[in-house]
Design a protein around this ligand. Structure first.
Ligand code: NAD
Ligand code: ZN
Ligand code: ZN
Length: 341
């Protein structure tokens, strides 16, 4: 079958790979939609690992349900792409996201488990979740990034009336802002270097206001506006300026949630955390329960994540779509791929 794989730095190739077969403990899925994620962009930018077939945000229909007696051919499903061992302390405590095997064998993030930039994929049966009829394929592919935002905001422990800053208006920033509002924040501000994305965070009604991170007055403006800083800052970028501004813009005794993934070491004025007595909280992925809750929230229309989808493209257009998402000026945030288009 045809798939999209990493060839080199910022370069994909379309190539033929063997179709996945129905193997023990797996469900074989026909992919309907697959999302392009900010984390995928890190792999594409680095051009490694070569041959990786990405696509860890997806929905599709069951071709072979394997050992899942509750599933039948044609059922619509999504799945957690993670691959926890199920036996370690992390797994036993209900936190598969900490398990050492979770990422090394994740679907679409490891060479062993090709992802959804192909018409078919095989996924661990215990990670598969059925999606209701009330949910579109687009929404099904949006469950995974939505769950990342839900997990981050739950860890942020926002109190009603809190002022919250979200740094970065990619999909992770947008869903985090959406959940921050649902938690009762009195102000959700968002900072962006890409003005088209910044404006979009407000026009889509997830942020109350947006601020230009390229503006040298942004920090002083925001400190004045909040009278000394935000109660909570959720960092959804993962580069040095963004992480440092999260420490600067949070109030004394406030909380910073780091969601952005930095691929290099970041020089940080840690003394800010000391003198302001900050709580610094990392956030990685989601639990199964949070993933399921996102399916429920979307299916019952309590949240609308379809509004974040900018485009649906073919496998041939994946390369162009990555270029668009990294242009720094385009308003597109979430592009889905339809491998059958
Ligand atoms: N912790 C997790 O579980 C998890 C899960 C998914 C993604 N991520 C990471 O979260 C980050 C965001 O993901 P995404 O899919 O939204 O990515 P994205 O690349 O679409 O969005 C990042 C945004 O940050 C903006 N930006 C860059 N520098 C900035 C700055 N100094 N200040 C403000 N904005 C700035 C960019 O313009 C871009 O819009 C990535 O690092 C990704 O790897 C983490
Ligand atoms: Zn993702
Ligand atoms: Zn484990």
């Amino acid at each position: 079958m045809k798939c999209v794989a990493i060839k080199d730095v910022k370069e994909f190739e379309i190539k033929e790979i063997d179709e996945p077969i129905a193997k023990d403990g797996h469900v074989l899925v026909s992919v309907k939609k697959s999302g392009i994620c900010g984390s995928d962009i890190h792999y594409w930018v680095n051009g490694e690992p070569k041959g990786l077939v990405m696509g860890h945000e997806f929905c599709g229909t069951v071709i072979d349900p394997g050992d899942r007696s509750d599933l039948k051919v044609g059922d619509r499903v999504t799945a957690l792409p993670i691959s926890p061992c199920g036996k370690c302390v992390a797994c036993e405590s209900g936190n598969p996201q900490y398990c050492a095997e979770t990422w090394s064998k994740a679907v679409g993030l490891s060479l062993d488990n090709p992802g959804a930039l192909a018409p078919k994929l095989s996924v661990r049966s215990d990670m598969v979740m059925k999606i209701p009829e009330a949910m579109s394929d687009e929404e099904g592919a949006m469950v995974e990034p939505t769950a990342v935002g839900l997990h981050a905001v739950r860890l942020a422990d926002i109190k009603v009336g809190d002022k919250v800053l979200v740094i970065g208006g990619g999909i992770i920033g947008l869903v985090s802002a959406m959940f921050a509002k649902l938690e009762g924040a009195s102000l959700v501000a968002l900072s962006e270097t890409n003005s088209a994305r910044g404006e979009k965070s407000v026009s889509l009604h997830v942020a109350d206001e947006w601020y230009d991170a390229k503006d040298s007055n942004m920090i002083s403006n925001l400190m004045a506006k909040t009278n000394g800083g935000f109660d909570v800052v959720i960092e959804c970028v993962g580069n040095a300026p963004a992480v440092n501004s999260s420490f600067t813009l949070v109030k004394q005794g406030g909380k910073v949630v780091l969601v952005g993934v930095a691929t290099d070491a970041i020089p940080l004025y840690s003394v800010m955390a000391v003198t302001k007595e900050l709580t610094v909280q990392g956030a990685i992925a989601y639990t199964k329960d949070e993933f399921r809750k996102c399916i429920d929230l979307i299916a019952t229309k309590q949240i609308d994540v379809s509004k974040f989808v900018d485009d649906i493209v073919s496998l041939e257009d994946v390369q162009k779509s990555y270029e668009r998402l990294t242009s720094g000026v385009d308003s597109a945030v979430k592009i889905l791929v339809d491998p059958n288009k």
